[in-house]
Ligand binder design. Structure first.
Ligand code: PEP
Ligand code: MN
Length: 537
């Protein structure tokens, strides 16, 4: 049915003159189709129309003119403004002087050129329109990029029927419209409601609020359907924050049929049946799990040695430590770029600069890097540089962090909390496993007891028992357990004797001047001696 603009398409379906409609929403070269965005609230905000499918169509353009026309004769080019925008580069280089004239649609502009019969006019339109209106192509495939495509949304008056039971679940997307209070951080907070639950954001557009200058409404597309638990929870959280939220609709994600679509994200663990045994339980995998990091096997027969400074204090000291521990036989490099410090006045780590130094040290030595992440928001940046994400003792029950670590796809080194029972520690690991990440290394680093002579007490019971109860690899960190350099090596050896698959130790080129944990850090020679003892050299 001919429609001059998107508004008419919506009206035709609303008034029952058409069964379904299709609106262009975004072009890969041109960007948002703003006329459609500005219509979405009015069209779908009252629930009378239902979005059903997303469609991606490749778009090819030709320059069509009356037969016999030479390119040099063309003075005016007619088309839909979005189509003209998609051919900007070609038009600027081949017809720099031509006037570009906006029409309602591409095929319609071909019709106008044919009707007028003038050789100084041409249309940007699909090649097929040339045949329809008796025009010839002066040039084909004139779009700025061969990947050019447009995303459409289809809709009907009737809601789509649920897929029959037993059919493969389809992936859905949901479009939301948000109005936000004009306060710092509101957009970030609204989007974090999705990010913290691992919901992928596929599009974010803002459009001006036309009657209130310099205020905006935000269009957010996310993966999932509103009845899926993750999205339902996120929307509840968003609603509580924003001025208003309107669900414009949910629709099937585009799939051209050439590949099976990826499975939807599984619901969170508390919406799934409880497994017969916890995922960490030895009975799940009696042979034990190995976590392989850049060729280093954690959980095998050979004990792994992870060494490096407590904090990355600077480039030079890190490289010196890294090169020395590598030469002494370390398997991985440790070093904190984000430091959880007891006092807010203490050195807090170099942050991203520290991560970059760690990556440089890996380049130089070939050692994979273990470094701590303190909050779920920082998982992406730490995961970009680190080979293993360390979750520290203070964060062992930071559940948002555990979940984000689960989704990160990176190996996780999970330290035991200083006041955590073995059961709490294993349940913390369960959070990571339940989010689909099997690469968990447990690390006993000392618990708080009545004893004050040492910083903590290395719980060897815990090491031996966890080896028995869980299939996950376990290592010991004697440095934080002891707090005293002189007893680090004997505790490391005791940990290995109790069944640990490896040792994580703090090593500093000059422990006397360390910015954190100097008293428990081995010097370079001290680590070399430990490595020789462990390796039996
Ligand atoms: C660390 O490894 O430097 C650290 C802070 O450890 P923990 O979380 O065990 O205290
Ligand atoms: Mn430390």
């Amino acid at each position: 049915m001919p429609c001059r603009d998107v508004r008419q398409v919506v009206a035709a379906v609303r008034e029952g003159r058409a069964d379904a409609g299709c609106l262009p929403i975004e072009n890969s070269l041109f960007g948002s189709v703003t006329a459609t965005y500005d219509l979405l609230h009015e069209a779908f905000g009252d629930g009378a129309l239902h979005l059903s499918d997303e469609i991606l169509l490749p778009v090819f353009h030709a320059l069509l003119a009356m037969p016999g026309t030479e390119l040099s004769e063309v003075r005016r080019v007619l088309s839909h403004p979005v189509a003209l925008g998609q051919c900007r580069i070609w038009l600027e280089s081949h017809l720099p002087q031509a006037e570009l004239v906006s029409e309602w649609d591409t095929a319609g502009s071909a019709e106008i050129v044919a009707r007028r019969g003038r050789r100084d006019q041409a249309a940007v339109a699909p090649l097929g329109a040339g045949g329809t209106y008796g025009l010839t192509a002066l040039a084909e495939r004139i779009e700025d990029d061969p990947s050019n495509q447009t995303r459409f949304l289809t809709f009907t008056r009737e809601p789509a029927l649920a897929a029959p039971a037993g059919e493969a679940p389809v992936r859905r997307k949901t479009s939301l419209l948000l109005w936000l209070p004009h306060k710092p951080g509101m957009l970030a907070a609204a989007l974090q409601a999705f990010a913290s639950r691992g919901i992928n954001l596929t599009s974010l557009q803002s459009r001006p609020e036309r009657t209130a200058p310099w205020t905006y409404r935000f269009y957010v597309d996310v993966e999932g359907a509103p009845d899926e638990p993750r999205l339902a929870e996120a929307m509840e959280a968003t609603e509580a924050l924003v001025t208003k939220v309107v669900v414009l609709g949910s629709y099937r994600e585009w799939n051209d049929g050439t590949a099976p679509s990826a499975a939807p994200t599984p619901p969170p663990a508390h919406h799934r049946p409880r497994p017969d045994f916890p995922l960490y339980d030895r009975r799940q995998r009696p042979e034990g799990t190995t976590v392989v990091v850049g060729g280093v096997v954690v959980g095998g027969d050979r004990p792994v040695l992870i060494a490096g400074p407590c904090s990355v204090e600077g480039e030079e000291m890190l490289l010196e430590a890294a090169e020395s521990v590598a030469a002494s036989g370390a398997d991985m490099l440790r070093g904190g770029a984000y430091k959880p410090r007891t006092s807010p006045y203490d050195f807090q780590g170099l942050g991203v600069r520290g991560l970059k130094f760690l990556a440089e040290a890996r380049e130089r030595t070939g050692l994979p890097v273990v470094t701590e992440v303190l909050s779920w928001e920082e998982v992406p940046v730490v995961a970009r540089y680190a080979d293993v994400l360390q979750i520290g003792a203070r964060n062992m029950q930071n559940f948002a962090l555990l979940r984000a670590a689960g989704r990160s796809g990176k190996p996780i080194l999970l330290k035991r909390g200083g006041g955590a029972t073995i059961e709490e520690w294993l349940n913390a690991a369960e959070y990571i496993l339940a989010d689909g990440n099997e690469q968990v290394i447990l690390c006993e680093r000392g618990i708080r007891t009545f004893e004050r002579a040492t910083r903590h007490t290395l719980d060897l019971n815990g090491v031996a028992l966890v080896r028995e109860r869980s299939h996950l690899p376990v290592i010991v960190d004697p440095s934080h357990a002891a707090g005293i350099r002189s007893i680090v090596t004997p505790l490391a050896l005791a940990g290995l004797a109790a069944g640990a698959h490896g040792v994580l130790v703090e090593v500093h080129p000059n422990p006397e001047v360390a910015l954190s944990d100097g008293a428990q850090s081995l010097d370079l020679a001290g680590f070399a001696a430990l490595a020789r003892t462990v390796r039996g050299g």
